[in-house]
Design a binder for this molecule. Structure first.
Ligand SMILES: Nc1ncnc2c1ncn2[C@@H]1O[C@H](COP(=O)(O)OP(=O)(O)OP(=O)(O)O)[C@@H](O)[C@H]1O
Ligand SMILES: [Mg+2]
Length: 310
């Protein structure tokens, strides 16, 4: 395990931001830390990096207890913080050089690393720019370059794609995959489900300062009762028929969402066939019909009773 967090408790006065939070990260993986605003993702990262003190629990990073002056551990870690934090008085290149210089003393090596980081985030054209002249997406890329230029073994990225245009977002996501392929372990926090689906091998779902579950996407989806949703638009359907629909084998619930009905099924292989049979028997007409496998949002919804998105 490259990171081990055991029963971490962090209070801000009366507010319990982390409530016996647990996390384990294996070397080489991209771990997604998924949870709604305010659930404690950033607080967890800051505690793990000893940037914040905490009330209870144990944290091990790279096999050692982490402390504020664990310099040997810290130089193997990269942090891309949620809030862009670069120096306005330094150019793109000078910023990257500054952050890289915190860990890489050798001047020639540092020069090479800074060049590589600039290439990596695609900022060559902008290397002499000051941050205030960069768009939001480019500034995010600079933030990333500053966090990874020293080629860390373990990288924390805290919502690196917030308020970023599609082009920069894809650039960033591809870059993260590349860093991982080159050997870095990645911890990625977000509340964007698509990014987690795309990037992460394993996911921890957080809520209210706790880690609710962890596993691969498939494992998480298998934990919940709903295994399939069929979405149908009906013309003129009676309430009575809707109620009858609940007797179709394996149906657990029928919900109405604006114009469509969402029919939720638990395990069962002939769901679609059974529903079509029901439609025929009852002479129903439908406008649209498709089947969906559960999403991570469904997992979150079933575990917490609320939507992941605000
Ligand atoms: N410095 C602070 N003082 C007091 N409360 C804080 C402080 N920082 C965070 N909190 C509170 O702690 C809880 C966890 O916040 P945190 O920033 O870790 O959440 P998050 O999961 O990173 O949220 P987001 O998705 O919005 O970034 C929230 O209720 C937040 O309001
Ligand atoms: Mg945060």
């Amino acid at each position: 395990m490259i990171v081990k967090v055991n029963n971490l408790v962090k209070r801000y006065k009366e507010l319990i931001a982390l409530d016996h939070f647990n996390m384990e990260v294996e070397e080489g993986e991209i771990l997604g830390l998924l949870g709604p605003n305010g659930c404690g993702k950033t607080t967890a990262i800051n505690c793990i990096l000893s940037l914040l003190n905490f009330d209870k629990g144990e944290i091990e990073v790279l096999g050692k207890k982490m402390t504020p002056d664990s310099y040997d551990i810290k130089k193997q870690i990269g942090l891309v913080p949620q809030e862009v934090s670069v120096f306005e008085k330094l150019t793109v290149k000078e910023n990257i050089d500054y952050f890289c210089g915190l860990y890489i003393e050798d001047k020639n090596l540092r020069e090479q690393y800074v060049e590589e980081a600039i290439e990596f985030v695609g900022l060559k054209k902008y290397e002499k720019f000051y941050p205030k002249k960069l768009s939001g997406g480019l500034k995010r890329r600079l933030n990333i370059a500053c966090g990874i230029a020293h080629k860390p073994r373990l990288i924390f990225l805290d919502e690196p794609t917030v308020a970023v245009d599609a082009q920069s977002r894809n650039f960033i996501l591809d870059g993260i995959k590349k860093l991982n392929k080159e050997g870095s372990t990645i911890i990625y926090t977000t509340h964007y489900l698509e990014e987690i689906e795309m990037l992460c091998k394993r996911i921890i779902i957080m809520d209210n300062g706790k880690s609710l579950v962890s596993g691969t996407k498939e494992e998480l989806k298998a934990m919940i009762t709903t295994s399939e949703k069929i979405i149908v638009g009906f013309l003129n359907i009676e309430d009575e028929t809707i109620n009858k629909m609940k007797n179709i084998p394996h149906v657990i619930d029928v919900e109405k969402d604006d114009e469509y009905y969402i029919i939720k099924f638990e395990n069962g292989i002939n769901n679609l066939a059974n529903l079509l049979e029901f439609i025929k028997e009852n002479n129903l007409t439908y406008t649209k019909l498709h089947s969906q496998l559960p999403s991570l949002n469904d997992v979150f919804l079933e575990l917490t009773g609320k939507e992941l998105r605000d």
